[in-house]
Ligand binder design. Structure first.
Ligand code: AMP
Length: 555
């Protein structure tokens, strides 16, 4: 059995950073996968994408730039201003911290001993420290790791703890590298990745059991999968031109949930795949009482309803979802309702490869009574009728409608033309906040403006598109300053870089071409509508969507 050094991983990352071209990168990654033993192979596919744990895992590192810098200060006997200087010089957090490691008085004697397994075990320890006093303990463990690491290892450890590896390896390269390393079918790897949400498991299955092993992978309750996503349609005619056999549903104005039942145990996950079961007991009880089946996985939307029957603002729902204390009290204040619209698994059978029409029949089959929380579905392909449903949905205070292809499979994590959403115009963009600027005068202690970026998923990077500042209320300025203060990577003058983690919903007057930002576009009069706390960076809008919106304006 091998015991691969973390240094080998660091060298692979460094080689990848020096080249471009996905074929060459895939080659390096697949060679590395082949050299690993099973335990390492369950870890490295995450690491190489800059993730410490699988997305479904309950573990979270809980280390932001603030804690990382505390560890750097202790491990390398330095201070914040030195760290800032190094950041400015290198432009990269990993390379900056590497400098301190290279310059420390006593070089480590144990560099050879730091293995991938040891690093992972330390990460698990760090993640397990929660509650009062946990931050100090996390920092201590990180200091221990730094003290055992060589400078190159420090570079990648630093980026990995922040989950900001950014060497350009995304899920596509990992998928191809698994297929190449173990000579298995790339489509089977793709399917297995969708079902398990865990490239570590897929890689070990591919090596040990080949194509047949991959085929045998099923969903199982208790492990969340990514949710299927929708594309925007220009209107009803456009949706009907794309979908021959449509099913129409309201697009509820709430938040997404994935519900897992396994015997008596119910677990509910948010769109970010966080376990939110404890904070929404009434949804747990409705699932228990109104839906039958020993084990299942369902997809749906939870909404909060006002006294007048209209959905309440999204922020109110989130007040419920994040709550760990006084759950009962909030339950009376903001009651929640469930609308289930899909089923992925029932009593031992994975259903995602069945067409929507069959899944829907199965879903209706588990309703205990007419009061079951199943979203209404209308089967009609008449534009006039659909327009009426659309107006009803808007009148009821919801966002619009979804037009779904009844012949389509459920594709976890994929945004395709099989689910089309139709909403009134005034599109907003969900953008990642990558930087900001301290205010002036009496607002010098507040972050006064924010730099926004969209996603370029093909190249695993963020492209800036503009900045927002005006229009933020005093309360928002204070709230956001607090929120972002633990995400500060570096500061130059009044300008700040953030760890990209937070998504803003942004309205604007127009999208323009611009050379000012690296996306090639800029927003005219952007305004922050609020935080999209249910969205992670990977769910933000893409450059493709920006281009689409830009092109649409001429029509
Ligand atoms: P968007 O967030 O604009 O990309 O729209 C997709 C979201 O609409 C999904 O993630 C769900 O949270 C929500 N949604 C509301 N009603 C439905 C429905 N009937 N089917 C699918 N998604 C829905």
């Amino acid at each position: 059995m091998s015991d691969t050094r973390f240094l080998d991983f660091a060298k692979v990352c460094s080689r990848i950073e020096e080249i471009s071209g996905s074929i060459a990168i895939t080659e390096i990654v697949s060679d590395f996968f082949r050299r690993l033993d099973d335990e390492e192979l369950s870890i490295v596919p995450h690491f190489i994408m800059g993730k410490v744990f699988a997305e479904w895992s309950p573990y979270e590192m809980g280390i932001g730039p603030g804690l990382l810098y505390d560890a750097v200060k202790q491990a390398f006997d330095t201070d914040k201003s030195e760290i800032n200087k190094a950041l400015r010089r290198t432009g990269d957090i990993g390379k900056a911290i590497e400098i301190f490691a290279a310059n420390r008085r006593q070089q480590t004697l144990f560099a050879e001993d730091l293995t991938i397994k040891k690093v992972y075990a330390s990460f698990v320890e760090i993640a397990k420290k929660v509650g009062p006093g946990s931050q100090k303990k996390k920092v201590r463990l990180l200091v221990d790791l730094f003290l055992q690491a060589s400078p190159l290892e420090v570079r990648y450890l630093s980026r990995l703890v922040l989950e900001e590896l950014r060497i350009g390896v995304g899920e596509g390269i990992v998928r191809d590298a698994i297929a190449k390393a173990f000579e298995v079918d790339v489509e089977l790897v793709e399917r297995a990745l969708m079902l398990t949400n865990d490239p570590g498991i897929v890689a070990t299955y591919a090596r040990n059991y080949g194509n047949d092993g991959l085929k045998s992978i099923e969903l199982f309750p208790g492990r969340p999968v990514k949710m299927m996503l929708a594309q925007v349609a220009a209107g009803i005619e456009d949706a009907l031109a794309n979908i021959q056999s449509p099913a129409i549903e309201w697009k509820f104005d709430g938040t997404r949930v994935q519900i897992h039942k396994d015997g008596d145990e119910i677990r509910i996950y948010s769109r970010k795949l966080e376990n939110v079961t404890e904070s929404i007991p009434e949804i747990v009880s409705v699932v228990k009482k109104k839906l039958s089946g020993d084990s299942f996985i369902l997809d749906g939307e939870v909404i909060a309803i006002d006294d007048d029957g209209k959905p309440r603002p999204f922020q109110d729902i989130l007040r419920r979802f994040r709550r760990k204390h006084r759950v009962e009290e909030m339950r009376n204040l903001i009651p929640l309702h469930l609308h289930v619209f899909d089923i992925l698994y029932l009593d031992g059978k994975t259903l995602i490869d069945l067409p929507l029409s069959e899944r829907r029949e199965i879903l209706e089959g588990i309703a205990v009574s007419d009061e079951a929380p199943i979203a209404k579905q209308y089967l009609c392909n008449d534009a006039g009728m659909i327009d009426r449903i659309y107006n009803e949905a808007l009148h009821a205070g919801h966002e619009g409608i979804m037009v779904k292809n009844r012949d389509s499979r459920y594709t976890p994590g994929k945004r395709g033309k099989n689910w089309l959403k139709i909403k009134p115009l005034m599109e907003t963009l969900d953008l990642v906040v990558v930087g900001g600027e301290w205010g002036e005068g009496k607002r010098a202690n507040l972050i006064g403006s924010y730099r926004l970026a969209c996603l370029d998923p093909a190249r695993d990077r963020l492209l800036e598109i503009g900045r927002v500042g005006t229009g933020l209320t005093d309360e928002q300025l204070i709230e956001f300053t607090e929120l972002f203060s633990d995400l500060i990577l570096s500061e130059t003058g009044s300008s700040i870089e953030f760890k990209p983690e937070i998504v803003f919903e942004v309205a604007y007057e127009e999208i323009q071409k611009s050379t000012k930002y690296d996306s090639g576009y800029a927003l005219r009069f952007p305004r922050v509508l609020g935080l999209r706390e249910d969205k992670s960076v990977a769910d933000a809008d893409t450059i493709e969507r920006v281009e689409q919106l830009y092109n649409k304006k001429g029509c």
